[in-house]
Design a protein around this ligand. Structure first.
Ligand SMILES: *Cc1c(COP(=O)(O)O)cnc(C)c1O
Length: 401
């Protein structure tokens, strides 16, 4: 007998849950790639993606995961030997910076640790000290999926403006786009990187680089870029195949078309509010459990937490044990802790993450929390009481009648 039989729930921070509508949209025969639906729909997909990123700028689409878009964004804007300022708040900005190093760029890393967002005062001092504007770009992740911290992107733009620094502001929104609020143009972001498999509810394998005129001007002198990654033909194709540098990713596009339709039907405002309420339900449960015993949310200040993913510490070996228990006994897959301590360190078994991103609703989140409560009890982790009631109260308090 297994209580896990039934529909499984993948609650790792990407890939996220794929809606049945998205799955069905892919279930069709191979289309003609020279005319018909695929050719007709790309302009609309592009328009809808820009609406989600809140930009009137340009978009290049890559048949690649987020790592590919990371590299594309850098290659199109930099020449070898230039310096990137890396604002690290967990694994992901550092991961991006490795691609910069691989392209022959110099790294200037400000590391804010694993439990804080970017310190804007420290950033202001650092930029002011760069009087000859050696720093060409600032790389930052809106939501670091490892630590679940959310950075203040508008605040970072303000600091760049106040110090009169001309660096490009480049933001990784892979975990946050269509989950947390984001406004590329209003916040003065020059380059935004996103991927298909998180808030966009589409299988991994498509990624997106949005860019404005300032970034497009940088492309004109960038010498890191190679033919395949060049964003110019992709954003202004003369021939349809140039959107993708080759054959269109047919079924990914059908999936994305449907996911974008779902996003438009629900509306971005409602999507953000849903993520905020469900995140508060998750946090209420973890606050209650953490009142006794070892369970702690990684980011103490709720205002600095992602509404798409929550990172936790629980102490080794409980992090691994809770994940294994809920997957084997309740059909819920939680995320590994990543980048909190070295993987060889036995303490690395003391972390886990829960995603609440994309196509999730109250019954999924409350169900996952119930499974965690059962797991804590089964493996004998001390924990406070009242967590599920607290989560339910959050949902009840936001209900529309
Ligand atoms: C998932 C993620 C990535 C990596 O995306 P891949 O598709 O796995 O390459 C990069 N940055 C952030 C913030 C992410 O959440």
């Amino acid at each position: 007998m297994s209580l896990a039989n039934g529909r499984e729930y993948l609650a790792i921070p990407g890939p996220s849950v794929m809606p049945d509508r998205v799955l069905r949209a892919m279930h069709r025969a191979a289309p003609n790639i020279y005319e018909g639906d695929i050719v007709d729909e790309v302009a609309g997909i592009s328009r809808d993606l820009k609406a989600v990123a809140k930009t009137r700028g340009e978009l290049a689409i890559y048949i690649a995961n987020g790592h590919g878009a990371w590299e594309a964004a850098l290659a199109n804007t930099h020449s070898r030997g230039e310096t990137c300022l890396v604002l690290a708040t967990g694994r992901f900005a550092l991961g991006w910076s490795q691609h910069a190093a691989g392209l022959g760029l110099e790294l200037d890393v400000m590391d804010f640790g694993k439990q804080s967002d970017v310190d804007l005062d420290a950033l202001a001092r650092h930029l002011a000290a760069d009087a000859d504007h050696r720093i060409k770009s600032v790389l930052v992740v809106q939501v670091d999926t490892a630590t679940s911290v959310k950075n203040d992107i508008a605040g970072i733009r303000r600091v760049l403006d106040e110090t009169g620094h001309p660096a490009l502001l480049m933001v990784d929104c892979i975990a946050s786009l269509a989950c947390d609020r984001y406004e590329m143009d209003a916040w003065g972001v020059d380059v935004t990187v996103a991927g298909s498999q998180k808030g966009l509810m589409t299988p991994p394998g498509l990624s997106f680089v949005f860019f404005n005129d300032k970034a497009a001007a940088a492309r004109e002198t960038a010498n890191c870029v190679t033919t395949y990654w060049d964003w110019r033909p992709r954003s202004h194709p003369e021939h349809f195949y140039q959107y993708f540098g080759g054959t269109a990713p047919t079924h990914h596009l059908f999936a994305l078309r449907e996911a974008l339709a779902m996003i438009a039907e629900e509306g971005l405002e409602a999507i953000h509010t849903r993520h905020e309420v469900l995140a508060r339900a998750v946090w209420a449960a973890f606050d209650a459990w953490g009142a006794e015993g070892p369970l702690r949310m990684n980011i103490a200040d709720p205002a600095k937490r992602s509404t798409a993913v929550t990172a936790l510490s629980i102490g080794a070996p409980y992090g691994n044990e809770i994940r294994k228990w809920v997957e084997a006994n309740a059909g819920v897959t939680l995320g590994l802790g990543i980048g909190m301590v070295d993987r060889a360190n036995p303490d690395s078994h003391g972390f886990f993450r829960i995603a609440h991103m994309g196509h999730v609703n109250a019954h999924m989140v409350l169900g996952a929390l119930g499974a965690i409560e059962a797991g804590l009890t089964a493996i004998g982790v001390p924990h406070g009481s009242g967590a599920l009631e607290a989560a339910a109260r959050v949902c009840a308090g936001s209900s529309s009648g």
